[in-house]
Design a protein around this ligand. Sequence first.
Ligand code: PBG
Length: 331
Amino acid sequence: MRRTEALRRLVRETVLAPDDLVWPLFAVPGQKVRKAVKSMPGVFQTSVDELVADAQAGYEAGVRSVILFGIPEKKDASGSEAWADDGVIPRAVRALKREVPDLLVMTDVCLCEYTDHGHCGILKRPSAGGPGQDLGVDNDLTLPLLAREAVAHARAGADVVAPSDMMDGRVSAIRQGLDAAGFPDVPILSYAAKFAGAFYGPFRDAAESAPVVAPGVPTDRKAYQMDPANAREALREVALDIAEGADMVMVKPAVPYLDIVRQIRDRFDVPVSAYHVSGEYAMIKAAAERGWIDGERVMLETLLCCRRAGADFILTYAARDVAATLTGARR
Ligand code: PBG
């Protein structure tokens, strides 16, 4: 059954289509800003005007969904620009809804791009711990801030909010916040199984969100993101998030964690997504630049395999290029 292309196509079990792709975009303040992210060829920090132009081009190539990350004007201890109605994300959402009305706009809900310490929640006050204690993130004090951020995004017109902070109870806090503010129809895509690993480095360049090195500030996110060694725990995280009101769940990173995607797919009936993260993207780009692999084919195969493992959709920095290839459109 493998002898001809027609036969192979007839019995093919999985397809990758532009509809399965979500394109992450990075919004910065200003105008006419287009700054290349060095560790991610083809990815840019863009001001809202340029971001709209990219989204438009992506849409024409077949990309129907984007997810937005924001880099604020200034950062502070609580990440207050995260929930400002005139912050960079609400402005980007409003512009996209105006200029590319049929595009699905998701927003990442997290504080790490907005806090001056780079953590995904606010830090415990020093009085909270004894001498020599690692203070870390204050889970419960962070929840209302995430809810405010999600509401600000919804008010601007976001179609889906996607919390990536990994605080316990945040899906429920966000759901209640959205409902109370009059946005019962805005679904939540939960980064339910997000692993603390080494694959996010290039993203932290792009989002300027690496934890700072300072006394009392944890140097990593291991106290809230998951241990890469754990799979059963990922299923518990997903069950909790669904119980709290998550409409869709995500596994992140993608390829090293496809066993988790498969287990979630088999166990739960909500849409499951995989985030092919910055480090995974950068590895393919780097090897392709050296001529060691065929980057385009490896990218297509990688994303197809995410689908085969059970992902309904995939967040990928290659979305526009892949969509253009799949639709046969010129880039
Ligand atoms: C914010 C967030 C991160 C990513 C998405 N949302 C980084 C992190 O946890 O430090 C990573 C995406 C990527 O690496 O492509 N919490």
